[in-house]
Design a binder for this molecule. Sequence first.
Ligand SMILES: [Zn+2]
Length: 279
Amino acid sequence: MKRLVLLLLSFSSFAQAVPEQVLHPNEVRFVTANAEFTLLHEMGHLLISELQLPVLGREEDAADQLGFMGLFLLHGRHRDANFYAKLLDVADYWRLEWQRQRPDAPEIHEWDSHALDAQRFFNLACLAYGSDPRQLEWVIQMTGLPDERAFYCPEEYQQAEYAVNWIRQHFARSPDQPILHHLRVDYQPPPQHLPGASELLEKVRASGELEAIAARTSSTFALPRDLKLIVAACGEADAWYNRISGELTLCYERILYFRELARELPRLRQPFLQDSRSK
Ligand SMILES: [Zn+2]
């Protein structure tokens, strides 16, 4: 566990990579939390594929769980108010996707390999609440998580935690095993037309956080081949792991999209804040 914690801890100052001058601190936190979760979700796919982790249920659900549990490893023992707010930020991203009004709203495909946005929101809200039910009862109120689900959330969190510990025990590289393969970071040029992309690249690069997480991945697990973590202009706000080429792609557009969505947070949370003030 310790090595995995170290692997993820080093990524925490990624917050500094978000252009701050135009954002409220809550928005910076939202963007950072969701950038971290996106990377960790894709790292989940990478580990499932490269280490051939056993998966029951949909891989997308497993990657969400691995990504979310990765946030706990990333922030180590710092389970303070700011960390809990980040957990809610990650769940709320899916609530925003689910509830936001937009002319180009994508069609819902029930056959999709991903859960519906509303389900991902409740699944992550449940894991957040279940991680510390005594401290996080307010998550139930803020998310509208029904009692029928909330009752089982501590158990859901414990199952996910058990699985992560199991992976650590079974797949960690032993200290006497040489590091034969590496995860390496490759920055591609940011899109010229995208405001903030060049600044984002500059700060991510200067922080060295992606290199740190890649190096830790290479030393924590015995990777079966060389892999790449690519920061690229994709033409869409996306991220993915290509299991054939062994390339994890994180799009500039994805991170900048979180910045756009962050502006809708006050509207999303206002009713709950008013509720709590009147009681
Ligand atoms: Zn995925």
